[in-house]
Design a protein around this ligand. Structure first.
Ligand SMILES: Nc1ncnc2c1ncn2[C@@H]1O[C@H](COP(=O)(O)OP(=O)(O)OP(=O)(O)O)[C@@H](O)[C@H]1O
Ligand SMILES: [Mg+2]
Length: 312
């Protein structure tokens, strides 16, 4: 089984307007609601790849019910921790045909200590040997930065594997708990290794410094430059296919979906990363919050060249 965890979800509301006007009432040309949350994006990519997953996380109120319904309508199982308060809404107002937008995110409800403990208990009760757990994204107010580190210990002690994708302090603390796999982008990787790596260090040096912080294996995504796969002394550059980029936001989540899909069916890491690269490229070629389709992923996968070993 694959579990995805989204601790800080949101209802994403996008309104399209003709023009931005202050002190006036406008009618939206179009509106669209999406499930916001990096773990949810991973589950959505898995559903496109016809791979089952269960989405977990903190949700509350009517917005939480909306998220649950939307995910279930996509064929994604959910097993949420219901909290007091209402899941936040993030609003984007987009100007039609101009690429301009305003985005306002709610802070969202503060999570209490008992709610954090209930989540750890749930994860502990579900963890079984051989499963994959994707822990993704930022933390809501009230959740300690060590939460991913705690969960990694619980999950990996049960013989399951953690795939961690976050940033900042939760990433730093999470690394030390030795997750099976980590997927930062290059910027997150540089930030994490700033204490030991010069600012002009190349990506392979950053990768090796990051591996020393604890993760067992590492994939560093680098947008249109592809991805570095790092396991032990072996560092390989996996090229990404050339695409016309429309919206790269979420490409990393799609990549995580592709990689975990491959690993859960027994692919070796190098093959799983190729699938991940194809998923990331497929999503980067779509506009808005749309993810790549299965057909696109298959077509792009066939275009990926050989991996290139990176010398020490
Ligand atoms: N413009 C692009 N051309 C080709 N492939 C791309 C492009 N953008 C992204 N990709 C593919 O998707 C992968 C993940 O993208 P990226 O490095 O931007 O992730 P990210 O910064 O973690 O994104 P996010 O956190 O917003 O989901 C890349 O390693 C690459 O394979
Ligand atoms: Mg990312």
């Amino acid at each position: 089984m694959i579990y995805t965890l989204t601790l800080n979800p949101a209802v994403d509301l996008e309104l399209t307007v003709e023009a931005f006007r202050f002190d006036a009432v406008d009618r939206a040309l179009a509106s669209r609601m999406d499930c916001g949350g990096k773990g949810f994006n991973v589950s959505r990519m898995l559903a496109i790849l016809e791979t089952a997953s269960t989405a977990l996380g903190f949700v509350g109120g009517k917005s939480g019910e909306r998220l649950e319904q939307t995910l279930r309508s996509l064929g994604i199982a959910t097993d949420f921790n219901w909290i007091d308060g209402e899941t936040r809404t993030n609003v984007s107002i987009v100007r039609a045909n101009h690429g301009q937008y305003l985005k306002v995110n709610e802070a969202g409800p503060t999570i209490g200590q008992a709610e954090v403990e209930a989540l750890i208990d749930k994860v502990s009760g579900l963890s079984r040997s051989g499963d994959w757990w994707v822990l993704s994204g930022s933390l809501p107010p009230g959740v300690p930065a060590t939460i991913y580190a705690n969960l990694i210990e619980v999950i990996e002690t049960a013989g399951a594997h953690v795939f961690l994708d976050t940033s900042g302090e939760p990433l730093h603390a999470g690394c030390a708990a030795r997750p099976t796999l980590l997927k930062p982008n290059l910027e997150e990787a540089r930030e994490l290794t700033a204490a030991t790596c010069a600012a002009d260090a190349d990506s392979a040096q950053v990768a090796r410094a990051l591996l020393a912080l604890g993760p067992r294996q590492l994939v560093i995504s680098m947008g249109r430059e592809g991805a570095l796969l790092v396991a032990g002394d072996d560092v390989q550059l996996v090229p990404t296919p050339k695409i016309e980029e429309r919206n790269p936001i979420g490409a990393g989540d799609s990549m995580v979906g592709g990689i975990v899909c491959g690993l859960s069916r027994g692919d070796i890491l190098a093959d799983a990363v190729r699938l991940g690269v194809a998923c990331g490229a497929a999503t980067a070629s779509r506009s808005g919050t749309e993810l790549g389709s299965m057909q696109q992923v298959e077509a792009l996968l066939a275009l990926i060249g050989d991996s290139i070993p990176v010398q020490k």
